[in-house]
Design a protein around this ligand. Sequence first.
Ligand SMILES: Nc1ncnc2c1ncn2[C@@H]1O[C@H](COP(=O)(O)OP(=O)(O)OP(=O)(O)O)[C@@H](O)[C@H]1O
Length: 330
Amino acid sequence: MLELKDVHVVHRARSGGLFTRDRVHALTAANLTIAPGETVGVVGESGCGKSTLARVLVGLQRPAAGTVTFHGRDLWALKEPERRALVGSSVGMVFQDPSTALNRRLPVRQVLRDPLDVHRAGTPAQREARVRELLDLVGLPASAAAALPGQLSGGQRQRVAVARALALEPELVVADEPTSALDVSVRAQILNLLLDLKERLGLALVFVSHDIQTVRRMSDRVVTMYLGRIVEQAPAGDVPLRARHPYTRALFSATPGLISPINPIPLVGVVPSATRPPSGCPFRTRCWRADDVCAAEMPAARTADEHHLFHCHHPVAAGATDVELIQERS
Ligand SMILES: Nc1ncnc2c1ncn2[C@@H]1O[C@H](COP(=O)(O)OP(=O)(O)OP(=O)(O)O)[C@@H](O)[C@H]1O
């Protein structure tokens, strides 16, 4: 359905509010396909490019290089009205913070009408009916239509944001940290809502989160990012024990309660700057398996099986335990 081929995103770096000469390599050589109906979870430390990837997927970020194709149509080769029409009707996005993502001055009815009006979806009466249908779909009462976003709770606001993302019946919803701005008590409700809608509507879902346990629970496939690069893509069932990239193993082992709550594989050192990524493998400066080969060249994609790709010169053996990896490291 959606395919990224060798996508690069580069930003001008800022310092003290001013642009500098440096370039931030927010996304480098990203290759990813999203199939209809699948749930893809994206994990990685802060600043590794998860939001940038999400913005590329929904056509909000134009790549500096590479292609984004939707059902075989190159998004950025289209004229703007065509691109907007294609993206608007096929992809919905849910942002992290519903307080800032929704226009505070517009009542919920108008928030939900906007995409329908912009895309001239049906007659005015059909659009009103769709607003009611959307509220029902996300479990809000019809009376919520008259409320301003500020009059709703955080969880209700995020339900409105989900409803807006669904307004034009997209095939794909990209949710970027959809629960991290919410109270812990309502997070599960929003996640369950997304999963329920995905099943009922047959949506594909890309789900970006710091919450690794949730990503694993929700996803069919887990994408691990490090310093702007996708370093591994694996079926959720392969993660973490059959993950092959040392970074995926370390990231998941550091998650309490997943496999080894007491002795995580230590992830030592800091993430290098995205303005000056290391030569070769981006993880090599923190990797206990790295050698000269890793500094010399970026590892090409290797396959563990048809659905499991990783970029590593010295991958971890499938099924190696955390204890074995900790011993190997020391
Ligand atoms: N508009 C921008 N201008 C300059 N640099 C940017 C811009 N947007 C993102 N970056 C930089 O690009 C890199 C990737 O950022 P991105 O927000 O995609 O990461 P992330 O993994 O989503 O982070 P987080 O988990 O903290 O949200 C970071 O180094 C970030 O500082």
